[in-house]
Design a protein around this ligand. Sequence first.
Ligand SMILES: Nc1nc2c(ncn2[C@@H]2O[C@H](COP(=O)(O)OP(=O)(O)OP(=O)(O)O)[C@@H](O)[C@H]2O)c(=O)[nH]1
Length: 291
Amino acid sequence: MSKSAFVAIVGRPSAGKSTLLNTLCGEKISIVTPLPQTTRNKVRGILTESRGQLVFVDTPGFHDSQRKFNLHMRDLVSGALEETDMVLYVIDATRSPGQEEQALAQLLTQEDHPVITVLNKSDAPPAPGWEDFFATFRDSNAPGLSISAATGQGIEALKDLLFESAPEGDPMYPEEYYTDQDPSFRISEIIREQAMLRNRDEIPHSLYVEVADLEEDPDTNLLWIRAFIVVERESQKGIVVGKGGTQIKAIRQTAQKEIARLFPQKIHLDLRVKASPKWRNKDALLRRLIR
Ligand SMILES: Nc1nc2c(ncn2[C@@H]2O[C@H](COP(=O)(O)OP(=O)(O)OP(=O)(O)O)[C@@H](O)[C@H]2O)c(=O)[nH]1
């Protein structure tokens, strides 16, 4: 009988959840940047092997704060836990445990589902404090495993553990699927990754990407995409566009290349910047962005 499970990946911002999802599934599913809280949506990656199927839900980094934006993200984490069979708890071993980690660990001790805890970034020197942390925490959860999502170290052992702990069941998705995201979402995530990487110091979290139009021309085998990078303030538009448009051009070119790797068609990306004041406090928009 084969195994089948929904697995929620949880952890503090920048713990390496998206990198781990990509390493486990062998495809670039979730965007990865060095900035915390890059992941805003539940993203599914699917790993199918002869021993079964694991469907991963990549949750936003857990953040213990009252801001509206963070509250939405926290609801999303709790929601993701309800829908899953197992939890993969990712810890960044290079950062000492703090209050946030305690809060998350506490939340997970109340979990009915199996929790598999991994110490990530084992390729880098560990921070102090983890031994004490585990003395109070590890007993109530699954054994810890040292891994590196970046180098792949410990990933096979982790897969073994995940499949062993998964309940029996039939696959939920066809074998060839590795994600169930819709195309415009994947396109917007690729553009957002590039925009964030290139605006690191100035406006990291105050931008989102809207795919306004997707048109396919079967005669020329061209996929035409119009997308907007939306910033909070008029004054931020110039930063994203860059001197003489060099920055937006670079974002467009790199994103277009990345998108072309996912689709069989030739890609034309028309990319523009616009301002939508205070988008982060608008409830309706947040609900649409954080699905
Ligand atoms: N050295 C090292 N760096 C890693 C490893 N895994 C992830 N990183 C880096 O850690 C940073 C954050 O990685 P992400 O995968 O985006 O982290 P995340 O937990 O999904 O972050 P959020 O989206 O903010 O919740 C990136 O710069 C990664 O390259 C690892 O195993 N070793």
